[in-house]
Design a protein around this ligand. Structure first.
Ligand SMILES: Nc1nc2c(ncn2[C@@H]2O[C@H](COP(=O)(O)OP(=O)(O)OP(=O)(O)O)[C@@H](O)[C@H]2O)c(=O)[nH]1
Ligand SMILES: [Mg+2]
Length: 427
């Protein structure tokens, strides 16, 4: 990430993907953006907040493209700095040339994520939003993109704020009941407290579940097709993908290298991996394929096993993550989910079964949010029902602190104002 000494630099980068394309975007951001761009265009720069068509020149004055130029004056830009965007022609040459001229005129090549880093530093977006933008760009399915958009719209933050609100309400109630005599408390006070505590825990668990789903939507899931040679793994891969991805042949031992492709199941990105058929073999090449197949099945989230478990050995056939499939069910039927890559029978059930396994996947989530929620759930499980109200109040205060940190609130003043406004303590 950008070092502090480099933050005043004017940076440039191609913001669109490389390759043959009608258009590409080259961005400039930083105090010298206008000065750099002025040296590159034929005619005047557009006024801030507007755009104009201009010819782009290299340092020798030669015209290298005809581009649309968008000008943004600080703080009204993505980064909060002066910025210029060139919408130039795409392809392998023009964007690189435009970028080269930016650099030749005094800009520096941007680091990874540096535009967004600057947007965060300028307070244009917060860290949650920056994370969500990254998730949106990386989204492999529509569902994953929708999830990221909701994060950008502050969905995740709103949820954290709501939980924080619940925590300090609870905390305030407990502190209050510690401050007054028990007979001053309204009837049913403790039942009400228990009810609110339960609501809070339920909400925390729901938030944790959403974090887990988001994580899986971001990362995707690996599904390995495993089984003896000729059991129809490669055929099943092709049938699930709806395209001829892997080589299929009646010869046993066709697949050696693992073949993978992305597939969408219930909106989740699934990396489907076809592997070599498991068997003892004298061929060193095939043996290496078998070794890789086993290790992939081991590290997979879900294994689709096309052979009876007993035939596989090494535990590859068993376990909660395994879906047992009886392939080629157009020829004969058997144990497990009956599937035929020829007739298509059972394919939908297999997708449903994969989706069901995804719903149960344990996926350690290292996000700040998931960490805080999981910790809070554990705290409540330990002390939430403690008969000593002081201990419960303490626990709630610590949870409130942790959630405050998550939402960036200042706990003490927030806590106090809530407490006072709610109870009109004023005595
Ligand atoms: N009738 C029928 N034949 C199938 C089906 N699936 C695969 N086959 C045939 O079974 C043979 C082996 O299929 P593959 O998909 O190559 O099997 P594999 O498990 O990938 O085999 P290896 O790569 O050698 O481990 C081919 O001749 C396929 O046409 C099916 O559902 N029904
Ligand atoms: Mg194969």
């Amino acid at each position: 990430m950008a070092g502090l000494s480099r933050e005043g630099d004017t940076i440039a980068a191609i913001s669109t993907a490389p390759g043959k394309a009608a258009l590409a975007v080259v961005r400039l951001s930083g105090p010298e953006s206008f000065a750099v761009a002025a040296k590159m265009v034929d005619g005047a720069l557009p006024a801030p907040g507007t755009f104009a068509h201009r010819r782009i020149k290299d340092v020798s004055g030669r015209v290298i493209d005809d581009a649309l130029i968008l000008a943004f004056a600080a703080p009204k830009s993505y980064t909060g700095e002066d910025a210029i965007e060139f919408q130039c022609h795409g392809g392998g040459v023009v964007p690189a040339r435009v970028l080269g001229v930016c650099i030749a005129n005094g800009a520096r090549l941007a680091d990874r994520g540096e535009f967004t880093y600057r947007a965060v530093m300028a307070g244009k977006i917060d860290l949650d939003e920056a994370e969500s933008i990254l998730d949106l760009i990386n989204a492999k399915t529509v569902k994953a993109a929708d999830d990221a958009i909701s994060g950008m719209g502050g969905g995740r933050k709103k949820e954290a704020l709501r939980l924080y609100g619940m925590a300090i309400d609870l905390s305030a109630l407990m502190e209050h009941s510690l401050d007054v005599d028990e007979d001053e408390l309204p009837e049913g006070f403790f039942a009400m407290l228990d009810g609110k505590m339960l609501d809070f825990k339920t909400a925390l668990e729901a938030a944790l579940e959403r974090e887990r789903r988001s994580k899986i939507l971001r990362d995707g899931v690996t599904v390995v097709l495993s089984g003896p040679p000729n059991s129809g793994k490669s055929s099943l891969m092709n049938a699930l993908l709806g395209e001829n991805r892997a080589i299929v042949s009646p010869e046993a031992g066709t697949t050696r290298d693992a073949v993978d492709a992305w597939l969408e199941v219930d909106g989740f990105p699934v990396r489907l991996i076809d592997t070599a058929g498991l068997r003892e073999t004298d061929s060193p090449v095939e043996a290496e394929g078998v070794r890789r197949a086993r290790s992939m099945a081991e590290s997979a989230d879900i294994v689709v096993n096309l052979g009876a478990a007993k035939r596989l050995g090494n535990g590859a056939g068993e376990g909660a993550k395994t879906i047992l499939v009886h392939s080629k069910c157009d020829l004969s039927r058997g144990e497990g989910l009956n599937v035929s890559s020829v007739t298509g029978e059972g394919l939908d059930q297999l997708r449903t079964e994969i989706a069901a396994r995804i719903a149960q996947l344990e996926r350690p989530d290292d996000s700040r949010h998931a960490g805080a929620y999981a910790w809070a759930c554990a705290e409540i499980e330990r002390d939430g029902g403690n008969p000593e109200l002081v201990i419960r109040a303490n626990t709630m205060r610590r949870i409130g602190d942790a959630l405050a940190e998550l939402v960036g609130a200042v706990y003490s003043s927030d806590m106090l104002s809530r407490l006072f406004s709610r109870f009109c303590v004023g005595k």
